[in-house]
Design a protein. Structure first.
Length: 366
């Protein structure tokens, strides 16, 4: 699981900003949101322009150089704070794999070129590359001087981790294998009209075609009914069909012509939920942009019931309730800081408190 993340000089974040998912309270309700001492589910709130989207994107930078999964094409546009080409963007990750604490940190320039990186496991340094020098634990990864020099120079912008993964036989429970699996299972996406995602998949999949080819038409119908109360009568797909059709009266009408923008967003969500069996960490940006506030609540219940870590960003304060999560799992990002609600007030928050009302009454301050 991802335990901590910090970033500096990334887009709108000039100072270091850290999310510590090991910092949770001892609430007895909604215990599902904490797994193995780490926050598993959360919602990030904040004013427009506060950095919710950018913070989510920053977490997924690791996918860009450790994974071959799909990447956001314009990711490195305005990569550094204020477009300053002299800055190095600093990333810090802490993972917990099978009881081991794996810390991985690196820096990139404005073009996304790795300038330094280092890793430690349970406090012991595995490798450190910086300023043309490479220090590596030779008892674990013995290598010749020529290879070591080439890695230190990093002329082809290769991560030490990817080199080690492809050059040494490792056991399945090795921390590098575990890290590789985790990163390849990360998924960032947004439910806006422009479809964007990072990770998990290698190509863009047509949603209707996915549902038809996998025999999921009736399952999708049931999903829409259960989560939103919408009832559609889908026509049985003919051989070669790549689009869904609905039966209205005696006519077949394309699903995309009679469904709302919100329903299109639900189809995208349905696709990703079906793929989340392979996911490790999911961040959905503005997941409820087209949802009714009660629908957002039902979607969150579905997402937070999955095995992987799932976080979303939202403006919908209806979700800010102890009936869904808990104060240590609702976060506010603003002014280059991110804090859980319970850390934004001196007031002792209990299950019976109306968190949304307290929020609207300016009880919380980052």
């Amino acid at each position: 699981m991802l335990a901590k993340f910090a970033v500096k000089n990334f887009r709108g974040f000039t100072d270091r900003i850290e999310l510590d998912l090991t910092r949770h309270s001892n609430y007895s309700f909604n215990a599902f949101a904490i797994k193995d001492g780490i926050i598993k589910n959360g919602i990030i709130y904040g004013p427009n322009g506060s950095g919710k989207t950018n913070f989510g994107l920053a977490i997924f930078d690791i996918v860009n150089h450790l994974s071959q999964k799909w990447k956001k094409q314009d990711y490195y546009v305005n990569f550094t704070f204020a477009g300053n080409q002299d800055l190095i963007v600093e990333f810090e990750y802490t993972f917990i794999f099978s009881g081991q604490t794996v810390e991985y940190a690196y820096g990139k320039d404005y073009m996304g070129i790795l300038r330094h990186e280092q890793m430690s496991v349970d406090g012991k340094q595995v490798f450190r590359r910086a300023k043309g020098k490479l220090d590596i634990d030779a008892t674990i990864f013995p290598m010749g001087n020529a290879i070591k020099r080439n890695l230190a120079d990093n002329a082809n912008n290769v991560s030490i981790i990817n080199f080690l993964l492809t050059s040494y036989p490792l056991s399945e429970d090795n921390y590098l294998i575990q890290l590789n699996k985790f990163v390849n299972g990360m998924l960032w996406f947004r439910c806006l009209e422009t479809r964007e995602f990072i990770g998990l998949e290698n190509t863009i999949t047509l949603l209707d075609e996915f549902i038809i080819n996998n025999g999921l038409v009736q399952d999708f119908k049931k999903f829409l009914d259960e989560i939103s109360g919408q009832k559609f009568e889908f026509a049985v797909p003919a051989k070669g069909d790549k689009s869904l059709f609905c039966v209205v009266g005696r006519k077949k009408i394309p699903f995309n012509l009679i469904s709302s923008t919100g329903t299109h967003a639900l189809e995208l969500l349905y696709f990703w939920v079906k793929r989340m069996n392979d996911a490790t960490f999911v961040f959905i940006d503005e997941f409820d942009a087209f949802y009714h506030f009660k629908l957002s609540f039902e979607v969150c219940k579905l997402l937070f019931g999955l095995d992987c870590q799932v976080f979303t960003s939202s403006h919908n304060t209806y979700l800010m309730t102890n009936d869904l999560l808990r104060p240590d799992c609702n976060f506010i990002v603003n002014e280059n800081k991110i804090k859980a609600l319970c850390d934004c007030t001196d007031k002792e928050l209990r299950f019976g408190h109306n968190i949304e009302k307290l929020f609207r009454g300016n009880t919380f301050s980052v």
